[in-house]
Structure formats: structure tokens, C-alpha cells
Ligand binder design. Structure first.
Ligand code: ATP
Ligand code: MG
Length: 283
């Protein structure tokens, strides 16, 4: 069996508080296994422990109990850190730097040579749609643009694992769509992706598997189609039939004791509608 890309084993995290008797149990006996190349979505309400989980995986905070292995190795080693790209929840940027300078800074930090980093930066700016804004200072960037530069920063050293804490927070629907596409294309290159979000439809579109955290416990986990399937129902969307044929079909279904629960025109989502009417964008 291949090693999981990420294995979180029985992790509990307790934050002490200044008030002696109170302590915050942020995670309780958390177990996660993420396979190489998988896109895993960690869902949960505010304060459920998503960011804490990601930070523990990255080795930024220590678990109170339990352990984390990344490709079978201890997550505190430098080699493991090299394998991971991280987009934090509230990424901090130097606002006086331009997009290019920001990426150059991170390229240096990850040990990329100057020739290699030049082409990598141009490629990434293109990928995240910031080529035109490359030489503008980050102080002029919108929230969505900052999120994109954050994503480019996380990708700069071609990490095997990408950890994204709410990658589409504060980004408009078209921007979110771009980020989703970027996530999907990173998957094609074999990157393992762990992301947190509370934007459920987006997670639904991009993730292979999800886990739902609630008060520090994983209360559900599985493949989306398994979690969302309604076992005793079947959905058809048909085109170019006649109302008479549909009536006939309905009678046939009734004749075998079946029941048509819903018959209606399919609806587009509000997101689809929004994207369609705002299709032409300057950026
Ligand atoms: N450094 C810290 N010190 C004390 N408590 C903390 C610390 N970091 C997180 N917590 C607490 O741990 C719990 C989980 O927080 P966490 O940030 O992991 O939640 P989250 O699921 O990422 O929430 P959100 O959706 O708001 O980002 C919360 O109760 C939070 O207050
Ligand atoms: Mg969080």
C-alpha cells in the first residue's frame, strides 16, 4: 500500500487560556488520511478547528497529543516543509512590494535560482491572472487579487502538497471559479490538495473527498457522491420530449408503485447565472 500524503493520527489540541480553569479543546482525537493526488476539503463552522488542523499538519503549532506524518515522514523535518505550499487564512503581505517582487521574495526563500525563478514567476502570474498587475504594489490590489498572489506564492516551489486555508474567501464568483480551475489543474500534475472552506458549493465542485469538523471532532467523512446520494431515488434530466410522453412515463412509474417526487424545469444556480451575466470582465 502506498503511504498517504498526509496522515493525522489521533490528534488532540488543547489551547491553554489565561484563566486557569478554562482551556479550549480545539481538536479531539482527529484522524485523517489523504492519499497522494487527492483533493480533500475540510469543512466546518467558524471555530470548529479547521485552521488549527492545517497549522498542525504544517508543523506551525504542535499537537497536545497525537502525530502527523507527511509521505511517511515526521512533519518537523525541513524536507517535508519543502514539499508543502501553504496559503494561510489571513496571508500577510508586504504591501509596498509589487506582485513580481513578492513572488521573487518567496522564490528566494524557497531556494530557487534567479534564472529559474524568473520564468517560474512569469508563468505563475499568468496562471493566477495577474500578469497585467505584476508591477503594481500590493497596496493597490483587491482582496481577490491578494488571494491570487497568495496562491501563486504557495505554488512557487512546485510543492507536492498544497494546503489552502479558505482559498476563495473574499473572492468574487469569477475569481473563485479561476481559483477552482487552478486547483483542478494542480491536481492534474499530481499535487495533493488539502483545503478548508465553508463555501459548500465550491467544495462540492472541486473536492474528491470531504470531512466535516464540528467542535473539534470529525463528524462525517467520505466521498461526495456517497455522502450526498439519496439511495432510493434516481434523477433524470431529459431534453426534447413531449409533455404527453412524460405523463405516460409518470403513469408507468406509478404502475410499479414508484412515485415521481419532483418534475420541473432544471434550474441554473445563482452562481451560474451571476457568472453568465458578468462574463465580460476587464481583469
Ligand atoms: N492560538 C490560539 N489560542 C487559543 N485558542 C485558539 C488559538 N487558535 C485557535 N484557537 C481556538 O481554537 C478553536 C478552533 O479555531 P480554528 O481557528 O481552528 O477554527 P476554524 O475552523 O479555522 O474557524 P474559522 O472558520 O473561523 O476560520 C476556536 O475556539 C479558537 O478560538
Ligand atoms: Mg480558520
Amino acid at each position: 500500500m502506498t503511504e498517504p500524503a498526509i496522515r493525522v493520527s489521533d490528534v488532540t489540541k488543547i489551547f491553554p487560556t489565561p484563566f486557569r480553569r478554562r482551556r479550549i479543546v480545539a481538536l479531539q482525537h482527529l484522524n485523517l488520511e489523504i492519499a497522494p493526488g487527492e483533493i480533500y476539503g475540510l469543512l466546518g463552522p467558524n471555530g470548529s478547528g479547521k485552521s488549527t488542523t492545517l497549522k498542525i499538519i504544517l508543523g506551525l503549532i504542535q499537537p497536545t497529543r497525537g502525530s502527523v506524518r507527511v509521505f511517511g515522514r515526521d512533519n518537523s523535518t525541513v524536507a517535508v516543509r519543502r514539499d508543502i505550499g501553504f496559503l494561510p487564512e489571513n496571508a500577510y503581505f508586504h504591501k509596498f512590494l509589487t506582485g513580481t517582487e513578492t513572488l521573487r521574495f518567496h522564490a528566494r526563500l524557497s531556494g530557487l535560482g534567479s534564472r529559474e525563478s524568473k520564468s517560474r514567476i512569469a508563468e505563475l502570474l499568468e496562471t493566477v491572472g495577474l500578469t497585467r498587475a505584476a508591477d503594481a504594489r500590493l497596496s493597490t490590489y483587491s482582496k481577490g487579487m491578494l488571494q491570487r498572489i497568495g496562491l501563486a506564492q504557495a505554488l512557487i516551489h512546485r510543492p507536492k502538497i498544497l494546503v489552502l486555508d479558505e482559498p476563495t474567501a473574499a473572492v468574487d464568483p469569477a475569481g473563485s471559479r479561476d481559483i477552482q480551475n487552478l486547483i483542478a489543474s494542480s491536481k492534474k500534475t499530481g499535487t495533493t490538495i488539502l483545503l478548508s472552506s465553508h463555501l459548500l458549493t465550491q467544495v462540492q465542485e472541486v473536492c474528491d473527498r470531504i470531512g466535516i469538523l464540528h467542535r473539534g471532532k470529525l463528524i462525517r467523512e467520505g466521498r461526495l457522491e456517497d455522502l450526498l446520494a439519496i439511495e432510493n431515488q434516481t434523477e433524470f434530466i431529459v431534453e426534447n420530449t413531449t409533455p404527453e410522453f412524460l405523463d405516460q412515463l409518470e403513469r408507468q412509474i406509478a404502475s410499479v408503485n414508484g412515485r415521481v417526487v419532483l418534475r420541473r424545469k432544471p434550474q441554473t444556480s445563482l452562481e451560474q447565472l451571476f457568472l453568465k451575466v458578468t462574463e465580460t470582465r476587464d481583469e
